[in-house]
Design a protein around this ligand. Structure first.
Ligand code: UDX
Length: 438
C-alpha cells in the first residue's frame, strides 16, 4: 500500500521505517529540513537502537523516502499523523498546534476518498474534531475519514515494540476503514497480534489511560519507598514480594527516582486537564498525587545528597551518573536526573555529569552543568556520587576503582540497581531510595 507519515520524531520515523519493512511504499514528511536531510542520508537525528540500520535498509529498497514537501502525500491511500503533542508552556493541557498544522497542510491534497489515521497521543475528542476540520478543508469533504491507532512504543525498544506489539488498537467509523487498517497491518495480524477495533473516543483513551496506569504503578511503589524510609524497611524486597503476585506483576514496580521523559509526565497532566474540561476532574484527582509523589523523589534525592556532603552544597563537588530520562535513550525531556543535577547546582554545588548517549542534548538544555567524558572522570574528586539513570556501565562499575578517584566515599543509588554490600565493602556510605541506611 502507499502510505504517508507526517512527523518524523521517535514515533513517525519508527512507524515509517517499520511500515516500509512490512512492504509498504512510505513517504515520511516533516517541516524540519535539517532532520529530513539527516534521515534521507540514513542518519538518525536521535539515539534509538536498531532504528538507524532499519531506515538505511529501507531507504535502499526504495520503499521509504523522506521529504519536506507535503505535496508528496498526494498519492498515499492512508495518512498517519505522528507529530508531537507536548505539554503547553504554562498549563497542564496538551499543545495540539502541531496536530492542527499537520491537518491544515494535508487537507488541500485530499482530493479523493482517503483515511487519515492519528497515532499521536491526544486528549479524547481530538479525533472527532479532526474529522470535522478535514471535512471542511479537504476537496474530498466527507469522503475523508478519520481513524485513531495509538502507539505504545517505548523509547529504546521502538522498532521491536512497533513490529511485535502486544496489541493493535484502532478507533474507526466504518467497517471499510477497519479493513483498510487490517490491510496495513496484515503481516502483524498473520502473526496473531491481538486486534481491538472500537470507536474513536475509546481508542484515544486507551493510550492516555495506559500511560496513567503505568505512572500510577511507579508512583505507588515510590510512595511505599517513603513509608520504607520512615520505618526502616526495604522497598526493593517489598517490590520483589509484591511483584510475585501475578495480579500485581514486577513490571513498572521499580522504586527509585521515578518517571520522566516525553510521555508519562505530560500525558498524566493533559489527561487531568481534559477530565476537567469534560466535568469529571474528580475522577482523575489521584493523578495529581501520582505526579507529586513522582516529583518528591527528586527532592528526596537532593536532600539525601545534601545530607551526605554535610548539610550544604556550597563548595562541594558532585558527580552525576546519567542524564537521559532512562537508559538506552538520549532523550532528556523532563529527565529526573537533570532535574536533580540542576537543583544541586542551584544550591551551589559544582556538578559534573556523565551519560553514555545524552550529553549533547543535556548540554544544550543545561549548559551551566559540567560534563565529563567518562563515568570515572565524573566521579573524580567528588564529595558525593549519584547514580540517577541506570545505564549498564554504571550498574557494572567497580566500586574499588571508583573509591580511588572520589574525594569522599558517598554514593546515592537513586535507581536501586547497585549491590549495597559491594559499595559498603569498598568503604562507601551507600544510600538507596527507600532502603535501610545499613
Ligand atoms: C512510555 C510508555 O511505556 C509507552 O508505552 C508509551 O508509548 C510512551 O511512554 P517511555 O517514555 O519510552 O514509554 O518510557 P518507559 O520505559 O515507559 O519509562 C518511563 C519512565 O518511568 C522512565 O523515566 C523510567 O526510568 C521510569 N520507570 C519505569 C520507573 O521509574 N520505574 C519502573 O519500574 C519503570
Amino acid at each position: 500500500m502507499r502510505l504517508s507519515v507526517i512527523g518524523t520524531g521517535y514515533l513517525g520515523a519508527t512507524h515509517a521505517a517499520c511500515m516500509a519493512s512490512l512492504g509498504h511504499d512510505v513517504v515520511a514528511i516533516d517541516t524540519d529540513a535539517a532532520k529530513i536531510d539527516l534521515l534521507t542520508r540514513g542518519t538518525l537525528p536521535f539515539f534509538e537502537p536498531g532504528l538507524g540500520e532499519l531506515i538505511a535498509e529501507q531507504l535502499a529498497t526504495g520503499r521509504l523516502r523522506f521529504t519536506t514537501d507535503i505535496s508528496a502525500v498526494a498519492d498515499a491511500q492512508v495518512h498517519f499523523i505522528c507529530v508531537g503533542t507536548p505539554q503547553k508552556a504554562s498549563a497542564y493541557s496538551a499543545d495540539l498546534s502541531q496536530v492542527w498544522s499537520a491537518v491544515d497542510a494535508l487537507a488541500p491534497y485530499l482530493t479523493k476518498p482517503t483515511l487519515v489515521v492519528g497515532k499521536s497521543t491526544v486528549p479524547v475528542g481530538t479525533a472527532a474534531l479532526m474529522g470535522s476540520r478535514l471535512h471542511q478543508e479537504s476537496p474530498a469533504g466527507a469522503a475523508v475519514h478519520v481513524a485513531w491507532n495509538p502507539e505504545f512504543l517505548r523509547e529504546g525498544h521502538a522498532v521491536s515494540d512497533t513490529l511485535n506489539p502486544d496489541r493493535l488498537v484502532v478507533g474507526v467509523e466504518s467497517d471499510a476503514d477497519e479493513q483498510l487498517l487490517r490491510d496495513v497491518y496484515a503481516d502483524l495480524l498473520d502473526r496473531e497480534t491481538p486486534w481491538i477495533s472500537t470507536d474513536l473516543a475509546t481508542s484515544e483513551l486507551v493510550k492516555v489511560s495506559a500511560n496513567a496506569f503505568l505512572a500510577t504503578k511507579i508512583s505507588f511503589i515510590n510512595a511505599m519507598s517513603e513509608v520504607c524510609e520512615a520505618s526502616g524497611a526495604d522497598v526493593v524486597t517489598l517490590s520483589q514480594a509484591l511483584g510475585m503476585d501475578p495480579r500485581i506483576g514486577h513490571q513498572f514496580l521499580r522504586a527509585g527516582l521515578g518517571f520522566g521523559g516525553g510521555c508519562l509526565p505530560k500525558d498524566i497532566r493533559a489527561f487531568m486537564a481534559r477530565a476537567g474540561e469534560l466535568g469529571v476532574d474528580q475522577a482523575l484527582t489521584f493523578l495529581r498525587e501520582v505526579d507529586e509523589i513522582n516529583l518528591r523523589r527528586r527532592t528526596r534525592t537532593v536532600d539525601l545528597a545534601r545530607e551526605l556532603v554535610g548539610g550544604t552544597f556550597r563548595g562541594r563537588q558532585v558527580g552525576v551518573w546519567g542524564a537521559a530520562f532512562k537508559p538506552h535513550s538520549d532523550d532528556v525531556r523532563d529527565s529526573p536526573a537533570l532535574d536533580v543535577a540542576a537543583a544541586m547546582y542551584t544550591e551551589g554545588a559544582e556538578v559534573i555529569v556523565h551519560d553514555p548517549q545524552a550529553m549533547a542534548n543535556a548540554a544544550e538544555s543545561f549548559p551551566h552543568l559540567q560534563y565529563a567524558q567518562s563515568a570515572l572522570a565524573a566521579a573524580r574528586d567528588v564529595d558525593v556520587l549519584l547514580l540517577l539513570t541506570e545505564w549498564p556501565e554504571y550498574v557494572e562499575a567497580d566500586p574499588e576503582m571508583v573509591a580511588h578517584v572520589v574525594r569522599e566515599r558517598n554514593i546515592i543509588d537513586a535507581r536501586n540497581v547497585l549491590r549495597p554490600s559491594s559499595w559498603r565493602s569498598a568503604g562507601f556510605v551507600y544510600r538507596g531510595l527507600g532502603r535501610p541506611n545499613s
